[in-house]
Write a protein that binds this ligand. Structure first.
Ligand SMILES: NC(=O)c1ccc[n+]([C@@H]2O[C@H](COP(=O)([O-])OP(=O)(O)OC[C@H]3O[C@@H](n4cnc5c(N)ncnc54)[C@H](OP(=O)(O)O)[C@@H]3O)[C@@H](O)[C@H]2O)c1
Length: 333
């Protein structure tokens, strides 16, 4: 089978496509014939050896796939050959086949095409867990989403709307802001590329205050970090919840007195760890998300599709801050 390979840590241009031995199902595993692989920011970090999970070389990037089950290992129940599924793989997804533990396999509805399925679980799973379990967001609350046209950001915009929040989108270009407005944000603003000087940070906070009637946001969803984190925390409402989701712009250091002054919570979000530690709760959340999809309330916005030999360009699109919604690599026919 063909696989995209990271043979030495480096940028996306170092990835190659090679023939490797076919994947086979061990005990408790299924083999998925991959049709589509979603691209997520962790893929960019992993190939550079900058992520918390560090696979041995050589490995294929690709943390989630959609495809068809083609083989079943010993002791596997509940899944059969021919089932259409999502595999939450961590890595290894940019390959024609992958063996996955059955616990990491999720059946998909017939109406869900493979490209959307491969762009679904990581983003919606993260944002749903963040807003529901970590922020306990309530109807009528204001939700500020930074990086609102990115993968997890756009999912937070859609889910925030579904949960009855007033969604305010923030992004680095008018084009990206428009994507978020088209997907359910009620209002928004464009922020500059960093570094942000003091005046730009103050203007950033002032825009959030203005769009929340002077109160600040009840919930802040931050998958961006860097210079954007502190001014957003300064514009968080009393008893607000500030969700720490990711750091493509860098890991911010913020003055902790801000949490005291706002009486707010700074809340970590780690969906993968939650899913591992609390599989039953995660399963219930996933079922909720599938129902929202079937009901037409959420829908992944797949803006770019790449062939396997161009997988590096797909990852590059995220690293260059150009991606809108989701980027996928098409693997099977
Ligand atoms: N905590 C969890 O459980 C969890 C789960 C999944 C992903 N994540 C993390 O969430 C973050 C976003 O992941 P994603 O897959 O949604 O990525 P993505 O689609 O690339 O979105 C990231 C957004 O960050 C913004 N950004 C700011 N500075 C950037 C930079 N220097 N390079 C690239 N983007 C930059 C961009 O929006 P603007 O240009 O509008 O600023 C971009 O749309 C990553 O850090 C990822 O590791 C966390």
């Amino acid at each position: 089978m063909k696989a995209v390979l990271c043979k030495g840590f480096g940028g996306p241009e170092t990835l190659v496509v090679e023939d490797v031995a076919d994947a086979s199902a061990g005990a408790g595993q299924v083999v998925i014939d991959v049709k589509s692989c979603g691209v997520n920011f962790p893929d960019a970090l992993m190939i550079q050896n900058l992520y918390q999970f560090k696979p041995d070389l050589p490995f294929s990037p690709g943390g989630e796939v959609a495809g068809v089950v083609s083989a079943i290992g010993d002791g596997v129940g509940g899944v059969k050959v021919g089932d259409r599924v999502i595999g939450s793989t961590g890595w290894g997804g940019m390959a024609e086949k992958i063996a996955v533990d059955v616990a990491r396999v999720t059946p998909i509805p017939d109406v869900m095409p493979f490209d959307e399925a491969s762009a679904f679980l990581m983003t919606y799973g993260t944002s749903h867990h963040a807003l529901k379990d970590r922020a306990n967001i309530q109807p009528g609350e204001s939700l500020l989403v930074l990086g609102a046209a990115g993968g997890v950001g756009l999912a937070a915009v859609e889910l925030g709307k579904v949960m009855g929040a007033k969604v305010i989108a923030a992004a680095s270009s008018q084009e990206k802001l428009q994507v978020a407005l088209d997907h359910g944000a009620e209002a928004g603003f464009v922020y500059p590329h960093q570094p942000l000087d003091r005046d730009q940070q103050k203007a950033f906070s002032a825009q959030i205050k203005e769009l929340t009637g002077g109160q600040g946001a009840d919930v802040v969803y931050d998958p961006v970090g860097g210079d954007y984190c502190e001014p957003a925390l300064r514009a968080t409402n009393w008893e607000g919840r500030f969700l720490i989701v990711g750091f493509p712009a860098g890991i911010a250091k913020v003055p902790m007195n801000l949490a005291l002054l706002k009486g707010c919570q700074i809340v970590g979000v780690f969906w993968g760890a939650f899913a591992g530690r609390e599989p039953e709760r995660n399963k219930a959340n996933t079922a909720e998300l599938m129902q929202l999809y079937v009901d037409g309330k959420i829908k992944p916005f797949v803006s770019s599709r790449y062939a396997m030999q161009d997988a590096g360009d797909a990852i590059r699109e995220l690293m260059d801050r150009k991606a809108k919604g989701k980027v996928v690599v098409t693997v099977g026919d």
